[in-house]
Design a protein around this ligand. Structure first.
Ligand code: FEO
Length: 396
C-alpha cells in the first residue's frame, strides 16, 4: 500500500515507515518503536526529491512518488546525507530518472561514489547556494558532523520549511506524521534518545550550527527531519531542546549502572541507590544485563552523576559493563561526576579497571571507590551508605 502526504502546498512526504526496525547503526541503537525514512518530493515547475530511503524500501518509495508524479519526471535529487538509510534507493531511482541531477556536498559526492560505484550527474553545493524550482527556491546549508562530514540541510524560504536530514529526528514509527498528532511525551523521549545515542559527542558543532542558523533569522514554520515525526506545531521546541543537550546541561540526578555475578554488587547497588534516594536525588538503577542500553544512555544525557559497579572476573570488570563503558567513552560526556563500587572474592580488580577506564574517558571520580569481599557484611554495607552519602553531597 503506497502513501503520500502533502505537508506544505506542493511538498509531499513520500517516505517509508519501518514499523519493525528494532536496531540501528549495527546494534548500537535499539529502536523499540521502529522508525521511518522520510523523503520529500517538491513539485514546482521543476521537481526535486529531497533524500531517498533505505534500499529494501525502494519500491515502496517509488510507489509513493507515483501517487503524485511519474518518478521519471524528477529533475533534481537532493542528497542531504550519504548514509545508506537515506541514499540506499538512489542507484535504482537513477535508473528510473537517469537525467536527474544530484546535489550535495563535496564529501557527499565522494561518499556516494564509494558506496554505489555508479556514475551520476552530481553538482557540489556549498552553504548559501540556491536551486530554483520555479516559484520555490531551495537553499543549501552545509552541516558537517551533524552527524557525518557530508551532512547538509536544505531550506525552502517560500514554505518556511527546513529539511535537516538526521538532525532533530527520532526513531519513531507512527500512523501520524506531525508532532501535534503524536503523543508529546513519547515523541520527546525518542528525540532525546536519538540525540544521546547519535549526537551526544557532537554538541560543540551542533551549538555552533544552531547559533549560525538563528543569526540568519530564517522564518521556520516546519522542521521535517529524515526520521520520525515532523515538527509542525512550535517547531523551534526541538531546536531549544538541542541547545540544552548540546551544552550538556545536567540536573541533580544519578544513574547507577552495574553488572553482578552472584548478586553482591547488585546488593551494593541497591544500598547505594536507596541512600541517594533518601537524600532526595533522582535516581535510576540499571543492571546492564536487564536494561536497554540505549535507554540508559538517554537517561544519562541530563544526569550530573554516574555510578558504576561490577563484580570482579579475571582481575577485571564483567564484560557487558565493559562494553557499556566503551560506548560511553565515545560520547565524550562533560561536567559529570562519577564513582565506582564493586565486589570480589579472592582478588580484586573490577574497581581498579573501571577507575582507569573513567580516567581515560575524562570523567572525574568524585569520591573514593567502595568495595566488598564476597557478600557485603555490616561494615561494608555501612561503607556503601557512606559512599553514596558523600557522592550525594557532591551532586547537590
Ligand atoms: Fe545518518 Fe539517518 O542516517
Amino acid at each position: 500500500m503506497s502513501r503520500a502526504l502533502e505537508i506544505k502546498k506542493g511538498v509531499y512526504w513520500v517516505g517509508v515507515v519501518d514499523w519493525n526496525m528494532r536496531s540501528f547503526h549495527g546494534h548500537t541503537f535499539s529502536t523499540s518503536r521502529g522508525s521511518s525514512y522520510n523523503a520529500y518530493l517538491i513539485v514546482d515547475e521543476k521537481t526535486a526529491l529531497v533524500d531517498t530511503v533505505y534500499a529494501p524500501f525502494t519500491r515502496e518509495m517509488l510507489d509513493n512518488i507515483r501517487r503524485i508524479i511519474d518518478p521519471a519526471k524528477i529533475d533534481y535529487i537532493i542528497a542531504n546525507h550519504v548514509e545508506t538509510d537515506h541514499s540506499g534507493a538512489l542507484p535504482e531511482l537513477l535508473k528510473v530518472c537517469p537525467k536527474a541531477k544530484v546535489f550535495g556536498t563535496e564529501k557527499c559526492k565522494e561518499g556516494l561514489y564509494k558506496n554505489y560505484y555508479c556514475g551520476m550527474d552530481f553538482q557540489v553545493v556549498k552553504t548559501g547556494d540556491t536551486l530554483s524550482l520555479g516559484k520555490k527556491t531551495l537553499t543549501f546549508i552545509e552541516a558537517p558532523m551533524i552527524h557525518w562530514p557530508d551532512s547538509m540541510f536544505t531550506y525552502c524560504r517560500e514554505d518556511e520549511l527546513l529539511l535537516p536530514n538526521d538532525a532533530f529526528g527520532q526513531h519513531l514509527a507512527g500512523s501520524s506524521l506531525f508532532n501535534d498528532q503524536a503523543d508529546s511525551c513519547e515523541l520527546m523521549d525518542e528525540a532525546k534518545k536519538y540525540y544521546a545515542n547519535i549526537l551526544w559527542p557532537l554538541g560543540t558543532v551542533i551549538s555552533r550550527k544552531i547559533d549560525e542558523l538563528l543569526k540568519l533569522n530564517l522564518p521556520v514554520s516546519m522542521i521535517a527531519p529524515s526520521h520520525g515525526i515532523i515538527w509542525r506545531k512550535d517547531p523551534l521546541q526541538i531546536v531549544k531542546a538541542y541547545i540544552g543537550w548540546a551544552k550538556q546541561e545536567t540536573k541533580p540526578k544519578v544513574i547507577v549502572v552495574y553488572e553482578t555475578m552472584w548478586g553482591s554488587t547488585g546488593k551494593m547497588a541497591r544500598v547505594i541507590s536507596d541512600t541517594l534516594i533518601g537524600r532526595g536525588l533522582e535516581v535510576k538503577l540499571c543492571d546492564v544485563n536487564s536494561c536497554d542500553r540505549t535507554d540508559v544512555f538517554k537517561d544519562m544525557l541530563d544526569a550530573k552523576g554516574f555510578l558504576f559497579g561490577s563484580s570482579t572476573h579475571d582481575n577485571g570488570m564483567l564484560p557487558n559493563l565493559a562494553g557499556f563503558l566503551y560506548l560511553l567513552k565515545g560520547f565524550k560526556a562533560k561536567g559529570r561526576l562519577a564513582g565506582v563500587f564493586g565486589s570480589y572474592g579472592w582478588a580484586g580488580g573490577a574497581v581498579k579497571e573501571i577507575e582507569e577506564f573513567l580516567k581515560s574517558a575524562g570523567i572525574e571520580a568524585a569520591v573514593p571507590s567502595c568495595s566488598a569481599k564476597f557478600v557485603p557484611d555490616e561494615q561494608e554495607t555501612a561503607a556503601c551508605v557512606k559512599f553514596a552519602g558523600d557522592f550525594a553531597d557532591k551532586i547537590k
